[in-house]
Design a protein around this ligand. Structure first.
Ligand SMILES: C[S@@+](CC[C@H](N)C(=O)[O-])C[C@H]1O[C@@H](n2cnc3c(N)ncnc32)[C@H](O)[C@@H]1O
Length: 205
C-alpha cells in the first residue's frame, strides 16, 4: 500500500509538473525501438508513461510464487526498471527472461545488475516502448504500471499471448477482466493473477 501511494503520488506530481512545462500540447509518440546495447546514459525518446518505482524484493518473490514460475517459463517484465523481476526468476529458477523499458538509463542499470547476478546468459533487456513491443513468446508477463495502463495494454495481452500464459500485476487490476487470484503481501500490496483464456470474453473484446 505504501508503494502504491508513493507511485500514485509521484505520477500525480510529475503530471502537474509536465503540464506546467508543456501546457496542453500533446506529447510526440516517438517510440524507442532500439534493441542495441545501451552504452552511455541517454534520455528516453519519449516520456515514460509511469515513473520508476521498484517492486520490493518480498513482493517480487511473491509475484513469482503466485505465477508458479519454473525454469521452463519465459518471463517478460513490461516496464522492467532495474531488472529485478527477470533477474530474480533467473537466479531462483533458471528462467529465461526479457525486460522491456523505455528509459535507456534503466536498461543500462538492469544489464549491470544481470551481470552482477551472473544471469546475463538467461536475461536480456530491450530499450523499447512496451506498447509497441512483441512479447508473444512469454509464458509469464509481469507488470507494475498503473490501472489505466493495464487496461490500455489488455487488448495487446489478448492478441499476443498464448492461452494459458499467466499475467501478474503488482498493485493494479485490469478493469473488467477479473483476476483468478489476488493476494496481499505484508506491506499491504496486492498482487493480481490472470490466465489468458482460449477465447477472449465478449465483454472484453
Ligand atoms: C513502476 S516501475 C516498475 C519497475 C519494475 N517492473 C519493478 O516492478 O520493479 C515502471 C517502469 O516502466 C517504465 N516505463 C514507463 N513507460 C513505459 C513504456 N511505455 N514502455 C516501456 N517502459 C515504460 C519506466 O521507465 C519504469 O522503469
Amino acid at each position: 500500500m505504501q508503494f502504491r501511494q508513493t507511485l500514485l503520488l509521484i505520477v500525480t506530481t510529475m503530471s502537474i509538473a509536465s503540464l506546467g512545462v508543456a501546457g496542453c500540447t500533446p506529447q510526440t509518440q516517438t517510440n524507442a525501438q532500439s534493441t542495441q546495447p545501451v552504452t552511455s546514459v541517454q534520455t528516453p525518446q519519449r516520456e515514460p508513461d509511469v515513473v520508476y518505482v521498484p517492486t520490493p524484493q518480498e513482493v517480487v518473490d511473491k509475484m513469482l510464487a503466485l505465477a508458479k514460475v519454473t525454469k521452463d517459463d519465459v518471463i517478460y517484465d513490461l516496464g522492467s526498471g532495474d531488472g529485478r523481476i527477470p533477474i530474480t526468476a533467473a537466479q531462483k529458477f533458471g528462467t529465461k527472461g526479457v525486460g522491456i523499458d523505455i528509459n535507456p538509463e534503466r536498461i543500462q542499470e538492469a544489464n549491470a545488475n544481470a551481470q552482477k547476478a551472473g544471469v546475463s546468459d538467461r536475461v536480456k533487456f530491450l530499450n523499447q516502448d512496451l506498447f509497441s513491443s512483441n512479447f508473444s513468446e512469454a509464458t509469464v508477463v509481469t507488470l507494475y504500471l498503473l490501472p489505466e495502463l493495464n487496461v490500455k495494454l489488455r487488448p495487446q495481452l489478448f492478441k499476443q499471448l498464448k492461452p494459458g500464459t499467466r499475467v501478474v500485476s503488482h498493485d493494479f487490476d485490469m478493469g473488467d477482466w477479473k483476476p483468478d487470484q489476488v493476494v496481499q503481501t505484508q506491506d499491504g500490496s496486492n498482487i493480481y493473477l490472470w490466465t489468458i483464456p482460449e477465447k477472449v470474453p465478449a465483454n472484453l473484446r
